[in-house]
Write a protein that binds this ligand. Sequence first.
Ligand code: GUN
Length: 296
Amino acid sequence: MAATVIDGKAFAAKVREQVAEHVKRLKDDHNITPGLAVVLVGEDPASEVYVRSKGKMTVEVGMKSVEHKLAADTSEAELLALIDQLNNDPEIHGILVQLPLPDHLDEDLVINSLDPAKDVDGFHISNVGLLGTGQKSMVPCTPLGCLMMLRDHHGSISGMNAVVVGRSNIVGKPMAQLLLGDSCTVTIAHSRTKDLPEVVRGADIVVAAVGRPEMVQGDWIKPGATVIDVGINRIERDGKKKLVGDADYESCAEVAGAITPVPGGVGPMTIACLLANTLTACCRANGLDEPEGLTA
Ligand code: GUN
């Protein structure tokens, strides 16, 4: 039987709608407007597209959006001074520093200079530690989006075997922590895992986040398993440019019970979760109840 296609685009629109309703209530009841600042250093075209899209959607849900575009040769001291200013700005509840940064800037140093409570990417070392110990934290947006889709599709994922293929700090590792938090039995596999197909065959949930186009094959998938494809790879096939995931969609969809497509799966959930995180940060900063269903 063909797999159920998990529609991330529609789900993300629903999440943004929920965020917008909360934002309206915050305004009506407390006269508070959540604010998100995005910092972009340099002129990477892909980053510029992301940042524009983030700004547009932030405004669409009723939040305040601030963009800081800095020259590629901005010094570390200048960038840290801007972050300090944003850390201390009461109208800003979330700060995102677009990655990658130019080579002369120390990414770890910059990220760890953010106020952890405003770190809506969940990349600050404090948030990583809080998530790893099951405490309240800011959670990285892409894994949070994957978790929301899994909860929505399955109800509960407690006790399921999950294999995360990929061990990045941005997706693989936090994804594993979130799955563990929802009581899955979790394996983190990667490109060097011995007999990777056999490891993946044990999974009820496969999260493909390895950064290699169409690597996960249909004959690696347990019949009925759920495949969450985090990959976004631009390839050329038959002379045409194409966007593909880290899973081979056609062969996986024949075996899986459910699968996220690329595009239109995990991708749209990332910005939706960024907005959800900004709302959560704003509620926490003001001592208000957090939005239900929009956090880990
Ligand atoms: N660059 C690509 N994806 C991301 C992301 O999720 N957050 C940040 N800060 N930079 C990125």
